[in-house]
Design a protein around this ligand. Structure first.
Ligand SMILES: *Cc1c(COP(=O)(O)O)cnc(C)c1O
Length: 222
């Protein structure tokens, strides 16, 4: 199947409240243009340099999401244009994004990444760390006024065990539900739960995802 066919097929399966991020890392701009011409406007990239180059080359009405692990010193490279940063997992990084957003006169939306998997290699916060960061930025909202935490992101363990994946996704959803109960501030406006990839997006939607990040099912294997 073509990229267009893959994309339309996936979109037909998504409920209206679920946003599709087409994960285009390592794929050539021609592939992104094929998805663009089929109507896709939100693309997710993992590598800063690649994101910067694709942003320069491709149409300006694309919304770019950074979904990789962002190093603080590279925040300035994407701050002028990025629409959403998914994988924020430290106060240090939030601080840097806020600083660079301020320089660009913007407010940058961020998702805090929660560690839900059993693997050692995955990045992310535990619930205590999450609450510590939230307390700090909401109590210092005068300083942190160029970021807006709009929700959470997580990745389940890479396994065939559906029960385990489900348990992890449900856990993330429960943390998101608690987040939504907190008093809203300028910089805390939770609406978005980014979970689900090619292998588990249907399950993730059943478990309450509002944003899925799908790469290989659209663009083919990397
Ligand atoms: C690569 C990647 C995806 C997409 O993975 P697929 O299995 O190709 O759909 C989603 N989220 C993150 C964080 C990724 O790095």
């Amino acid at each position: 199947m073509s990229i267009k066919e893959n994309l339309l097929q996936i979109k037909s399966q998504l409920p209206n409240h679920v946003t599709l991020v087409a994960v285009s890392k390592t794929k050539p701009v021609a592939d992104l243009m094929e998805a663009y011409n089929a109507g896709q406007r939100i693309f997710g990239e993992n590598y800063v340099q690649e994101l910067v180059e694709k942003h320069q080359e491709l149409p300006k009405d694309i919304q770019w999401h950074f979904i990789g692990h962002l190093q603080s010193r590279k925040a300035k490279l994407i701050a002028p244009f990025v629409n959403l940063i998914h994988g924020v997992d430290s106060l240090k990084l939030l601080h840097e994004i806020n600083k660079e957003a301020q320089k660009n006169n913007r407010v940058i939306d961020c998702l805090l990444q929660i560690f839900i998997a059993e693997e050692e290699s995955k990045f992310g916060l535990d619930e205590d760390e999450l609450n510590g960061i939230l307390r700090f930025i909401t109590q210092n909202s005068e300083i942190y006024k160029n970021i807006r935490v709009i929700g959470l992101m997580g990745m389940a363990t890479f396994t065939d065990n559906q029960n385990q994946i489900k348990k992890e996704l449900v856990h993330l959803k429960s943390i998101f539900d608690k987040l939504k109960m907190l008093p809203k501030t300028q910089n805390l406006q939770p609406t978005t739960l980014s979970m689900g990839m090619s292998g588990d997006y249907k399950l993730a939607i059943e478990c309450g995802s509002t944003m899925v990040r799908i790469g290989s099912s659209i663009f083919g294997v990397r």
